[in-house]
Design a protein around this ligand. Structure first.
Ligand code: NAD
Ligand code: UD1
Length: 338
């Protein structure tokens, strides 16, 4: 199939190109590079041994997007494009709602006008809010999102569900990612956050390389085995492979599909620090800090539905994820900047 990846220069998109290529799909990327670098695509080209067609454009730019659909016969879209920093979304709610909502509205309209009604949407475990049950299944009710970023994901899920309901020719797959970490084994591509990382793994790798003095562990008084927050970390390459499986569902005309993409294992912050130290033979200094506002104690999924219906399950363990995250950091101390 010919697949359009919006936001395909980003962390998850760049890894997904490789899995799509392996599965025999062709890709084209549209990205405005607001949170990524074209260098990531050059490196993907190196890995797959062919050029990645790239159009630098904003998804909200209707004409530019329409041109892409006219030039390439797009069979399906994987919609990664969006702003994703939770803290920033609280400071700039309007920018987040405007970008994430409008980009999706324009995309869906251009898609239907061009007769393409197949979409995979990057959703998040954040839609479950403080989850009603652990492990989280897809039938678990959605919860209250404490930030505008999470709200956009939750609202866009509803928009996509309504679009599919109104026109059953649409195939819509909502993928609820848990916590992607890790990097491609080549060490050429990985997560490249701007400024001080908000997420755990980039903070750990930047501490290990000496950019940050120590990791702050946000709270050790949660109701978890060691008191620190528990999450379902998933290797980004496993996550990328989940998109290939979702495309197969689209080819089978799945209608609406909603899937958790996680490993089903919960690891605490200190478990991750220990796994990182063991996998890489390094020390990560840390201090206990107060809880981070908006955080929950425990979040991990039951990934059985994705296994049963998509034939997909995660292959990598926590030490693989820690090894590959470090491999990228160590080979690229300043990210893609060099
Ligand atoms: P990322 O920021 O690395 O990638 C997103 C890409 O979208 C970036 O390259 C950015 O430049 C681009 N973009 C943003 N707005 C755009 C617009 N209007 N037009 C064109 N391009 C635009 O993020 P990621 O980690 O690769 O995440 C991909 C998707 O998955 C996002 O929608 C994110 O919200 C979602 N998600 C990510 C995580 C995570 O932990 N990384 C978890 C759950 C869901
Ligand atoms: C965060 C977002 C979530 C988003 C997800 C993936 C919040 C409240 N939630 O989830 O909406 O979908 O990222 O991008 O931001 N931690 C530390 N020290 C750090 C960083 C994190 O102790 O410096 C802890 C956190 O408290 C948490 C765990 O590590 O217990 C994971 O944090 P993080 O990587 O930010 O992911 P989430 O909070 O799960």
């Amino acid at each position: 199939m010919q697949i359009l990846l919006t936001g395909g220069a980003g962390y998850i998109g760049s890894h997904t190109i490789i899995e799509l290529d392996k599965a025999g799909h062709s890709v084209v990327v549209v990205d405005n590079l607001v949170n990524s670098k074209e260098e990531a695509l050059r490196r993907v080209s190196k890995i797959i041994g062919k050029q990645v067609p790239f159009i630098k454009a904003d998804v909200r730019d209707r004409e530019a997007l329409d041109k892409v659909f006219k030039q390439y016969k797009i069979d399906a879209v994987i919609h990664f494009a969006g702003l994703k920093a939770v803290g920033e979304s609280c400071e700039k709610p309007l920018e987040y709602y405007e970008n994430n909502m409008n980009a999706t509205f324009v995309l869906l309209d251009v898609m239907r006008k061009n007769g393409c009604k197949n979409i995979i949407f990057s959703s998040s475990a954040t839609v479950y809010g403080d989850p009603a049950q652990i492990p989280i299944t897809e039938s678990c009710p959605k919860g209250h999102c404490t930030n505008p970023y999470g709200q956009t994901k939750s609202m866009l899920e509803e928009v996509l569900i309504d679009v599919q309901k109104a026109d059953p020719e649409w195939n819509v797959v909502l993928l609820r990612y848990f916590n992607p970490i890790g990097a491609h084994k080549s060490g050429l591509i990985g997560e490249n956050p701007n400024g001080i990382p908000n997420n755990l793994m980039p903070y750990i790798t930047q501490t290990a390389i000496g950019i940050r003095k120590e990791l702050g562990v946000f709270g050790n008084d949660y109701d978890t085995p060691d008191g620190t927050g528990v999450r379902d970390y998933i290797h980004v390459c496993d996550l990328a492979a989940g998109h290939v499986a979702a495309l197969q569902a689209i080819q089978r005309k799945c209608g609406l599909g909603i899937y958790n993409l996680g490993t089903g294992h919960g690891y605490s912050v200190l478990d991750v620090v220990n796994a990182f130290q063991t996998a890489n033979g390094l020390k990560v200094p840390y201090v206990i800090k107060p809880r981070r506002p908006g955080d929950i104690a425990t979040c991990y999924c039951n990934p059985a539905k994705a296994k049963a219906e998509l034939g997909w399950e995660a292959q990598y363990g926590i030490e693989d994820m820690c090894r590959d995250s470090w491999n990228f950091q160590k080979n690229n101390p300043k990210g893609y900047e060099e």
